[in-house]
Design a protein around this ligand. Structure first.
Ligand SMILES: [Zn+2]
Length: 314
């Protein structure tokens, strides 16, 4: 079994500690993740767009309480430093999906860092205090966003550009002194969707030493039968279509850029089924497009391990 590092799921937000510990109604839980070879999961707190400023902060804090309880009750190790990556057993890295809980205050980054946050998806699809999301219209990277980027790099918090508008992506890439990542995005050349990365974005991210987490969301892999069912349809042969994205990205930007970012519990009908499916469903699909065993090990965990060893605090 090849160990798995998965850079994004929404189970913490959807199910709290109970859901993470074991809930067959969810797509990810710890028993199934272990069954699928899971070792490290990035658990994101997704702030709904209707919550902003203090409401967003409180929402995040309450979910961090759930995360702490999940760690304690299941003996899961928190990844707060490079050394934590070498921990025995199951690991979890805490993330904010949307910088809204920071409320535009730099000091709030210190606060969330102390609580264990080690990755921040700068924006969700709408705009926030940091910058412009894929459906937004505001400034790409705001003055607050510029200061935040520097401070995240200094502290050792990974900068996630999934959901970022192209303007924000390029602003960050120009300024970044450490590699950013896109935790759950695929290739725009194979599926023309604003949540996917263009070839030039992929090449630039590869040159910086960044990562892209292949995501299991049908709408980011293939075309829905109609716009109305974009978030509900199931994709035939979805895993092999996702493997085509992997092949394209590797040929373009180098296989070292590839990782996994399932988006379990943030999507319907993920093409890898559930958290037990990495070996049974995804592995044969990657084999099918010619990746060697060493390359698959890179995609499953080694590339993410290398990346986090560069970005996290010592
Ligand atoms: Zn997302």
């Amino acid at each position: 079994m090849i160990p798995v590092f998965d850079l994004h799921c929404d189970t913490l937000t959807k199910g709290g500690a109970e859901g993470l510990s074991g809930d067959p109604n969810l797509q990810w839980d710890l028993p199934r993740f272990k069954q699928g070879g899971g070792q490290l999961q990035v658990h994101a707190i997704f702030t709904p767009p209707k919550l902003r400023m203090g409401d967003a902060t409180l929402f995040a804090i309450s979910h961090i309480g759930e995360w702490e309880r999940y760690l304690r009750e299941n003996e899961v190790g928190a990844v707060r430093s490079q050394a934590d990556l070498e921990g025995e057993g199951s690991l979890s890295l805490l993330a904010l999906e949307d910088g809204a809980p920071l409320g535009g205050e730099l000091s709030m980054l210190d606060f969330f860092f102390e609580l264990g946050v080690r990755l921040i998806t700068l924006v969700w699809s709408c705009d926030n205090e940091v910058g412009r999301g894929v459906t937004g219209t505001g400034p790409a990277l705001t003055p607050f966003g510029k200061n935040l980027l520097t401070k995240m790099e200094n502290l050792g918090v990974a900068v996630d550009l999934s959901h970022a508008s192209e303007g924000l992506f390029w602003d960050v890439l120009e300024r970044a002194t450490k590699p950013p990542l896109a935790s759950h995005s695929n290739a725009r050349a194979l599926r023309d969707h604003p949540r996917n990365l263009t070839d030039s974005q992929l090449i630039a991210l590869g040159k910086k030493g960044g990562l892209v987490g292949l995501t299991f969301v049908p709408a980011f892999i293939g075309c829905p039968p109609s716009k109305e069912v974009e978030w509900e349809f199931a994709l035939e042969e979805g895993a092999s279509q996702l493997a085509n994205h992997a092949r394209h990205i590797a040929d373009l930007a180098g296989v070292e850029i590839l990782a996994l970012g399932s988006d379990f519990d943030g999507t319907t009908n993920p093409v890898v089924g559930d958290a037990s499916g990495y070996q049974e469903v995804l592995l044969p699909a990657l084999d099918g497009v010619g990746f060697s065993r060493v390359e698959v090990e890179g995609i499953f965990h080694a590339n993410a391990h290398r990346y986090l060893s560069t970005v996290l605090p010592t």
